[in-house]
Design a protein around this ligand. Sequence first.
Ligand code: PMT
Length: 400
Amino acid sequence: MLKGKKIVLGITGSIAAYKSCLIIRQLIKKEAEVQVVITPAGKEFITPITLSALTSKPVISEFFSQRDGTWHSHVDLGLWADAMLIAPATASTIGKMANGIADNMLITTYLSMKAPVFVAPAMDLDMYAHPSTQQNLNTLQAYGNHIIEPGTGFLASKLEGKGRMEEPENIVAALERFFAQRNSLKGKKVLITAGPTYEKIDPVRFIGNYSSGKMGFALAEECAERGAEVSLVCGPVSAVMQAKHPNIHRTDVESAREMYEACLQLFPSMDSAILCAAVADFTPCDVASEKIKRTGDEMVLRLKPNPDIAASLGQLKKDNQALVGFALETSHEETNAQAKLQKKNFDFIVLNSLRDVGAGFQTETNKVTIITADAKKEYPLKSKAEVAVDIINQLEAVMR
Ligand code: PMT
């Protein structure tokens, strides 16, 4: 997977810098090409001579070569690389990356980088746990960088005893996994629903729910990263929710009926669909054309059922199509999810419960159980991006 891959390895001033030698050795063993860019502080911990001996390339640390004044082009490095890995990444470098403080060759290279960037933080626990470090890491993640942290799981759950850089073999494995997955959905079309639906009561009021769209957007990004063409049918979400990947084609809808119609039109040409939207089950029987006035009396709103998008797609589903649903529960979670799995003809269902802290609506995290006809797997609390990886791995397994 790493054969022929060009990796820019950024090394910063941490005691863990010695581990970058092990990273280089493993990358070279897997036939990757490695170009080291080191910060001035990094050179206090490990010598460029060691690094250039291991990589068979001169180490870059200054804007100009001290030997002959040649300019080192960070722009060229940004175009050359298939990936940039910053390991170890100190709190200071992470802060500069998050804020665009380009005062050394490593940060300018990072800012010019066209390839995916992986960051392996290394610092003591107090520095790692500090809100500013956590915020900077979240910023880097929001910019699409991959944070490689010790163990598995999500940032905040890992603050105990952490801060130490992930072991070299796991860092290299993360890169390998990334390249392996990159094209695994190439040529496939995936429909994803996300966000809430709004059911109009009158021109100013609606029935809605708390869905932010974060889980659905994370799924869309993961499928697109793996090469799929994604049709994202999206209820009313905040303007900050923007699909970043060019393979994501977004259709905005408001009501369950509009989402139903968009999905019905798209589904026949899809290889799979993931229904993550929180769709209103009911809609007002009548929509008032004027704002309903207060009268002082009780008001009764009559509702009628909305179409069930999942059940309709479940009926239309062909043998070569996969259909994935979600179950958002507040009690009798597994029993309810099992019933939905069967009733809606899903290949598998992703259960999340509002009883789990950090799971469900609006949070950056989710805690899910993936249930198939004959098995179930519970996952720990993770970022929604990481949950999306687990779900899409399962999707690929059923699509095979
Ligand atoms: O958007 P976030 O803030 O990130 O929150 C994510 C989430 C909590 C919305 C998401 O993880 C989730 O659980 N989505 C499904 C919510 C839901 O409506 O669950 P449900 O158990 O009511 O529905 C079961 C399934 O049928 C779902 O796949 C749903 O999309 C689908 N459905 C439901 C009703 C309907 N009329 N049509 C449908 O397709």
